[in-house]
Design a protein around this ligand. Structure first.
Ligand code: PLP
Ligand code: COI
Length: 358
């Protein structure tokens, strides 16, 4: 599909942009452009444009406002050591986007069109890479039901958009390790629900427990399973890994209630290549506490596109608080983060074919 290019009448002035790029934070700064593609029943995908990022005008009856038929992805473009730009496993985001679309009764977007949209936006906004160490251009592809209709059925019109946000550290505190609150009153997803889909509704439901975590002095909430309220699932926006003193690693299995993280999949492969045994098996909050207290569990890490690989230092659960290892970053977590980031920036050889140059 050809993209029509709409010139930007008033891009952000270079000096203002450079200032903002020195301290972008996460999720508050946006680039000049966006990609937009429409879908309509009988017509399919059409009207692909890359143009100025601007407000949308939507009818108040637009279906997404009422029944939350919306999905999204999150991936980053990285400046390479040689000055080029690359994406990390973007085909996996394209695939997961369609898996989410299937669950939310939305049309699939051809994977090549997903990838081309991202290439188009990154090229248009190539001047929007942060100047801070570890910075990247966070890309947010999303799709929503754009038909004005109040009946409860899949919409007949959708919009696919991609916006870009220069990103620094996800965690404001910049602390070496994050602190986690175990939600007792709320669960994130139940079997048969939408837990494995990246849909806005999952995040809306996580906001109250996440606010509870912040109010209790923690950085993130961890959810337990909805049936037994015992098995550790994931954080609001990250998967978890548990590292033991015998060199083995456990991560919760993909049973349909957690997001199949692309970072999770990458870390499983990297850990196995390092000779560590990785088991995808259920791990309970009681085991976590007991193993950490005994010292058998030496590290816990949270991972995701936004958070990269972040050590968990403290946990507050139903039976009080406990510390993981020294409470700071552990050896395996630090090494793994370095390895992942090294591959993403082409400082380490990409032996998996994970890096896609733009
Ligand atoms: N779990 C949730 C709920 C998420 O929102 C994310 C972030 O996308 C992840 C896990 C990690 O997924 P990925 O590594 O693909 O970014
Ligand atoms: C990501 O890591 O891309 C996420 O989507 C997590 C959060 C920002 C929603």
């Amino acid at each position: 599909m050809d993209f029509s290019s709409i010139p930007h009448p008033a891009p952000v002035p270079g000096e203002t942009r450079q200032q903002a790029l020195a301290d972008p934070g996460f999720g508050t700064l946006f680039s000049d452009h966006m990609v937009s593609i429409d879908w309509e029943e009988g017509k399919g995908w059409h009207n692909a444009t890359v143009g100025p990022r601007e407000p949308l005008s939507l009818d108040p009856a637009t279906a997404v406002f009422h029944y939350a038929q919306e999905i999204f992805e999150g991936l980053k473009a990285y400046k390479q050591a040689d000055g080029g730009i690359a994406l990390f496993r973007p085909e996996e985001n394209a695939r997961r986007f369609n898996a989410s679309a299937d669950r939310l009764a939305m049309p699939n977007l051809p994977e090549e069109l997903f990838l081309e949209s991202i290439r188009q936006l990154v090229k248009a906004d190539r001047d929007w890479f942060p100047s801070v160490d570890g910075g990247s251009l966070y890309l947010r592809p999303f799709m929503f039901a754009s038909e004005a209709f109040l009946g409860v059925r899949p919409a007949k019109k959708y919009k696919f958009l991609v916006i870009a946000s220069p990103a620094g550290n996800y965690f404001k505190s910049g602390a070496p390790a994050v602190s986690i609150w175990v939600s007792r009153n709320y669960t994130r997803a139940a079997p048969g629900g939408t837990g494995a889909a990246k849909c806005g509704g999952n995040y809306a439901a996580s906001l109250v427990p996440q606010a509870e975590a912040i109010a209790k002095g923690h950085d993130q909430v961890v959810f337990l399973d909805a049936v037994e309220k015992k098995w550790i699932e994931e954080l609001g926006g990250m998967n978890l890994f548990f590292v033991f003193d015998d060199g083995s690693v456990v991560t919760p299995p993909l049973t349909g209630t957690i997001l199949p993280g692309i970072t999770r999949d990458s870390l499983i492969q990297l850990l196995r290549e390092e000779g560590l045994q990785v088991r995808e098996e259920p791990y309970s909050i009681d085991q976590w506490r007991a193993d950490a207290t005994r010292g058998d569990l030496v590290e816990t890490m949270a991972c995701g596109t936004a958070a990269v690989v972040t050590p968990v230092g403290k946990v507050e659960g139903p039976d009080g608080a406990f510390t993981i290892g020294t409470g700071g970053p552990g050896q395996i977590t630090s090494k793994l983060r370095e390895r992942l980031v090294g591959i993403q920036r082409s400082e380490i050889a990409d032996t998996h074919g994970w890096v896609m140059r733009i």
